[in-house]
Structures are given as C-alpha cells and as structure tokens.
Write a protein that binds this ligand. Structure first.
Ligand SMILES: [Fe+2]
Length: 173
C-alpha cells in the first residue's frame, strides 16, 4: 500500500505538469505563429494537439485520486518561454527566428520528458501501473517529437548559417 506522502509527491508533480501544459498551450500558440520553416511550424502545431491529450491524462489521474484542478503557473516553463522570446526580439532574420524557436522547443521537450519520466517512475514504484502507463505515453509522445526536432535543428542551423567553416589543419605537411 503506497504511503500518503509518496502519493502526495506524485500528485504534486502532476499538478505542476498540468500547470506547465496549460501555460504551454498559450505560449506555443503564439510562438508557432512566428515560425517560417514548414516542418518546424508543423511540429509546433502538433505539440498543441498533444498538450490537450496530456492535460486530459493528468487530469484523469488527479481527479481519480481526489484532487481538484486549480489554476497555477509553472516557473520552469515561464523561464524557458521568456528566454526564447528575448532571443526572438534580437533575431536578425527569419532563419535565425526559426533557429531560436527550435532551440526553445528542444529545451521545453527536455523539461517535459524529464518530468514525465520521473512521474512515471514514481507511479510505477507505488504500484500505480495504469497511472504509470498513462504518463509513459506522454513521455513517448514528447520523445518522438524531440527526435524529429533534433533532425530539424541541423537543417535549420544550416539555413541560418549557410557558410560552412572548414577548420585549419592542425598539422602541416
Ligand atoms: Fe506536453
């Protein structure tokens, strides 16, 4: 039987994640509107669809354990989004805007993946297998998206900085 404090820890993590997803729903919408690269915009819009599913899973777990959803803010997501917005203000062209966006999205994905991984592991440890599976689904969705973003990052980086610098040979003949 899981202890009350262990369950409290898990539910507290899930409340934070619910706030993070809610905040992301608003921020990702406005950030995606400035993306020019079609692949990047597609990934950001796809993320918006996932947010609703992920919020739904978290809400299901929280209400099942007697928690009521309440509004709140995620300081982590706020910091990541603010940092991206500040960089966007000084981006000189659309290619750099896309690069700043892809970097911001990768950072957000890593925050989400870390959070879902920990929450799924705590749920599993507590014997809450259904909850753990639901959280692992959220993790898998973000993981798949991060993989595509990593590939896009290389392509967008080349568009932002098209000149490849060939390093000087270390040893002369
Ligand atoms: Fe998410």
């Amino acid at each position: 039987m899981p202890t009350a404090s262990a369950i409290e820890l898990l539910l507290g993590q899930l409340e934070e994640l619910h706030h993070a997803e809610t905040q992301l729903g608003v921020s990702m919408h406005s950030l995606s509107s400035v993306a020019s690269h079609p692949g990047l915009r597609h990934m950001m819009v796809r993320h918006l669809g996932e947010i609703e599913r992920q919020k739904e899973r978290i809400a299901q777990i929280l209400t099942h354990h007697g928690r009521r959803l309440y509004p709140g803010r995620s300081v982590e997501i706020e910091a990541l989004v603010d940092a991206a917005r500040k960089r966007l203000e000084t981006a000189p062209d659309v290619e750099t805007v896309d690069l700043v966006l892809v970097i911001g999205c990768i950072r957000i994905d890593h925050y989400e993946m870390g959070s879902y991984e920990v929450a799924a592991a705590i749920a599993e440890q507590l014997g809450l297998h259904a909850e753990s599976e639901m959280l692992a689904e959220c993790l898998a969705e973000r993981d798949g998206s991060a993989e595509i973003l990593r590939k896009l990052q290389g392509e967008i980086l080349k568009l932002a900085f098209p000149t490849e610098v060939t390093p000087e040979p270390i040893f002369e003949d």
